[in-house]
Design a protein around this ligand. Sequence first.
Ligand code: FMN
Length: 172
Amino acid sequence: MSQPASAPPSPAEIDSRALRQALGQFATGIAVVTAIDPHGQPVGLTVNSFAAVSLAPALVLWCLDNRSHNLTAFQAASHHAINILTREQEDLSTRFATWPVDRFAGLEWTAAAGGAPVLANCCAHFVVANETAHLSGDHTLFIGRVEQFAHTSDRDPLIFHAGQYRCLAEKL
Ligand SMILES: Cc1cc2nc3c(=O)[nH]c(=O)nc-3n(C[C@H](O)[C@H](O)[C@H](O)COP(=O)(O)O)c2cc1C
């Protein structure tokens, strides 16, 4: 029996490439999320799933692919840092999305609460206590409570749109 044309597709029928392209129309910034693993080593990866959740209490979220090499490290870490990249830091975005490389080689960073690495020269950073790690589909949703943050307004953020890096144009 055929379905009416208006019926929503079942999950199996969703074209993931088309879904990715549609989601890519939502322009975002880029962050490198970092933590210290149980061996004391810094870990981190590039994400664009960062978002604000709540102002009071101050909560933020990001999503981690369940296939990540760093899933157990982020689940175990008491804190992580969300480092918002500038337009000059496209190379860091690429580096922290590439495997295997020494992602921290030659990088300037300082340890915040729980050892979370705060990278130098970013637009902003948030050091968060890891409150919940919620398995949601093929990703794990991390919600953290902001304990410390800083920003500068004299550096432009790196933008990601439709699979391309961009930078801000003039104000509308
Ligand atoms: C612009 C951009 C945004 C990304 N956003 C995410 C994200 O939100 N969550 C995620 O798990 N991976 C994201 N990735 C992919 C990871 O950075 C990449 O798979 C990385 O190699 C994962 O490293 P790991 O397996 O060592 O954790 C993104 C990559 C890029 C280039």
